[in-house]
Design a protein. Sequence first.
Length: 343
Amino acid sequence: MNAIRYEPDRLMLLDQTRLPHETVWVTCRTAEDVYQAIRSMQVRGAPAIGAAAAFGLALEARRLAPAEVRSRLPEVAAWMKTARPTAVNLMQAVDEVMAALEEAPRGGEADALYQRAVAIAERDIETNRRIGDIGAKWIAKHGGRVLTHCNTGSLATVGYGTALGILRAMRDAGTLEHVYVDETRPYLQGARLTAYELQEEGIPYDIITDSTAGFAMKLGWVDVVIVGADRIAKNGDTANKIGTYSLAVLASFHGIPFYVAAPTTTLDLSTPSGDDIPIEERSAAEVTHWMGRPIAPAGASAKHLAFDVTPGHLIAGIITERGVALPPYGESLARLCDTRGKS
Ligand SMILES: CSC[C@@H](O)[C@@H](O)C(=O)COP(=O)(O)O
């Protein structure tokens, strides 16, 4: 399954607001189209929005008059970064494409940007496969019953997935027994998207309501928790989908190991701790309504933080394509970043 298809003059995104019941592809031809698709969560998941943004800038470079590309694109790039504030993959991918612009030959800007966006997309799939291999070996020692949150699969990446990639690799290795999928209020990435991917793969799973997770742990259903990440600060504090922090606290209370799986492009060593990570606040209507229909009284007030931050001390390990970082994260993450890009 893949949710991102690309050609030099268009980006096609599988609309994740319509899944699992409708398969609708959205065609983007401009940076504005891509920006709107990211904001409205037609494309979502940290690595997927990074790749989409990269293609968005490449599309814009093709659309602009050649003489305008170098003067106009920096502004578009800065704006693209504001589409969603928490996932640092977006900022990294935009910066990477803009670096390609610096190196591009005169007149070859649009092609250079497209090639860089393709490289970002292809690298993501390769990275996820490595996370899967490394993670499957590491996690197997804890057992085969895994609880996960949100969607970290093919839909959230360019392909294969991070935490969900580990589940695929465990299934292939014969070590996966069962997956408990938090439904993940309010956007239901678990119930709609992770369940869809696991079902396609024939992986045994049960959706649970978010509030079931603690009791499921108490009942002994869960050997290990694995989640994804949107931004990992220098000290290991990790921003991920709202509800992740509660899961980590529950896992700690029950003595269950809690892991984060993410590519090293999700590490942000320039952010000292989780307190410095910007947390996206989305519309209250996404909490009070479902698919446009109200579920709360008219005029109800709601708070909608889209992400939370799990302190590093609650995380047993951070599984990346370069290996598993263990606490203390200040040192282990810096070591992983030192090796980033060297192989
Ligand atoms: C590999 S995806 C990792 C994270 O981006 C994922 O866990 C998550 O929080 C997604 O949030 P979303 O709001 O759906 O973009």
